[in-house]
Every structure is written in C-alpha cells, then in structure tokens.
Design a protein around this ligand. Structure first.
Ligand code: HEM
Length: 136
C-alpha cells in the first residue's frame, strides 16, 4: 500500500510581493488612536465643559480660537488623524465584509473620494477662515 497525499486543489500562487503597508496601517491605527484620545477629549472638554461650555460658542469664539496657530494646528491634526484613522478603519471593514470584488472596489472608491473631499474642505476652511467677514 502506498500512502500519498492528494494533489493540492489550488494551483501554486507566485510568492506574494512583500509590502509592509498593512503593518504600517496597523501601527498607524494604534498611534493615531492615542493621539486622538488627547485631541478629541481635550476638544470635548474645552468646547462642552470649560467655562459655559457650548453656550459660549459663536462666531466670535471661533474667530478668537482660530486666530491662534496653536488651535489651528490642534484642529488640523484632529481633522487629518480622525479622517485617515476613520477612513483606514472603514477600509478594513469594507475588505472584511464586501463579498464581490466590484462591490469592494466601488465602496473603496466612494470612501477615498469622500476622504479627499473632507480633508481638502476642512483644511481649506481652517487656513482661509476670515474673522473680519461682515455679519450680513
Ligand atoms: C478616541 C480615540 C480613538 C482610539 C483610541 C481609537 C483606537 C482604534 C484602534 C486601536 C483601532 C484598530 C482596531 C483593530 O485593528 O482591530 C480602531 C479602529 C477603528 N476606528 Fe478608532 N480610535 C479612536 C477614534 C476614532 C475616531 C474619531 C473614528 C472615526 C472618525 C474612529 C474610527 C475607527 C474605525 C472605523 C475603525 C475600524 C473598526 C474595525 O476594524 O472594526 N476611531 N480605533
């Protein structure tokens, strides 16, 4: 009697191209997550709790905040990190759940387009905000 294994049903694939993208993305989720804890909790505390909270937020408040490069940089970092963290997280969710290649492809196209639009619009607003704009 000869013992033999069946031939593998799938043909051999060529060795996968080595790329560290998924490792970098895994690491980015952890590092941006830590940064977001500070940025988002700080933002929530200042906007919603500290002296008067949400009741004191108006155009003048925003104008005052964004006249400082520190708060511009804070909000810019929060925008970019949250958008790329959330977008990359959603990329993982799409990869996990989309069943058809075409569905996966188009969901990711929509995701990337929305990410670029939101990042561009948000960055544009932070840098071009005009505190001297007339009220009417
Ligand atoms: C407050 C600080 C935050 C921390 C500490 C944090 C941490 C994390 C970590 C470690 C992961 C990876 C999980 C995994 O690989 O299994 C993750 C996934 C994710 N995060 Fe965050 N995150 C934060 C804020 C945010 C924000 C603001 C958004 C949305 C804009 C967001 C959206 C997502 C999404 C969509 C995923 C993917 C979920 C999944 O794979 O099932 N996160 N988060």
């Amino acid at each position: 009697m000869t013992l033999a294994l069946d031939k593998p049903r799938s043909p051999r694939r060529p060795a996968a191209r080595r790329s560290n993208f998924e490792l970098a993305s895994w690491l980015f989720m952890r590092i941006s997550g830590i940064a977001l804890i500070v940025l988002v909790l700080g933002h929530l505390f200042i906007m919603n709790i500290l002296d008067g909270g949400v009741h004191r937020i108006n155009f003048a408040f925003v104008a005052g905040r964004w006249s400082s490069p520190f708060w511009q940089l804070w909000d810019l970092s929060m925008l970019w990190l949250a958008e790329i963290h959330g977008g990359n997280g959603l990329r993982t969710v799409i990869n996990d759940y989309a069943r058809k290649d075409t569905t996966r492809f188009w969901l990711k196209v929509m995701l990337y387009v929305s990410m670029v639009l939101i990042l561009a619009l948000g960055t544009y607003v932070i840098f071009t905000f005009d505190a001297t704009i007339p009220a009417d």
